[in-house]
Write a protein that binds this ligand. Sequence first.
Ligand SMILES: [Zn+2]
Length: 311
Amino acid sequence: MRAELQNSRDNAAKFVNPKVLQEGWPIYREFEVEYSDDDVLIYAPRVVQEIPAVSCDRSVPTEIPKDENRVRVYAPLQETPDLFLKFAGLRRHKAKTRDEAAEIMLNWAKNYGVLGLNTGDDRRESLTGFVSSARRATRCLKLYEAATVETGDLPDPDIETLEKLRVPGKTAKQKREAALEEVEVIVGVHLEDECYPRLYRRVNRQIGTTLRFEQGYGFRSLLGAMYLQMMWLMEGNHPPRCKGPGCNRIIRIGKYAPGARELAEESRHKGGRPRRYKTRKDKEYCSDNCRVKAHYHEVVKPRKQQRAAKS
Ligand SMILES: [Zn+2]
């Protein structure tokens, strides 16, 4: 039985074209920072080792020198399936000064790469562009979370949040619809500008035969890749939410990425169990704050009440 299960998994893995998730984006180690009156610019310079003295032997092909500043090229859709949530959550650590904001941008760039706002330029970023993109992503996610909140039998969205976000409409239903419409526009615009369909050929490598063609997605910028994740979040049903009292934040997208979903389906189809994603305990809360609050509500408070009842 075990061997059978393993076998069906191996088979599934063989057929999934990993390229669907493998579009790359570069990460650079060092950035030059330039301050002007109204903006902060960062730039990852090309760093090449000194070229040795020119050789007279023309038959030796000259290699393009490697950029030492480029740490690696990673696949954001595959390696960081929840990156959109992380980006939209940046606004929670509100920067008080311009220097703090620039530090957040620089940190992001060193960990995940620049957003690529300047027609896909993967070396440059401006603070104004970074902040306005983060602000829009935050609004987009907040609107979506509030409008689709699960309230048991009650269909009402999170009105308080929608009002704070100044969503138009008189009734709860109108507000929810207005919020979802805005989310559709924000995500739609980014998909149109930053993403494009890609054609993939699925090959069974063992027998060297093309099985079929498939449609996947490509992105022109890291921001585009993140909005693909938001699209997958919206396509899916009931994304996991924070279990903190009164908190409705969505905490995971990952499982909706294509390829991964396909792998799970194929494995199920072949009798195997769907591939599980790590469900770590600490992933049930959006933040330490919510974890602490939940602990208070579930453990500390009942204990206090018990003690009070006894005395
Ligand atoms: Zn929370």
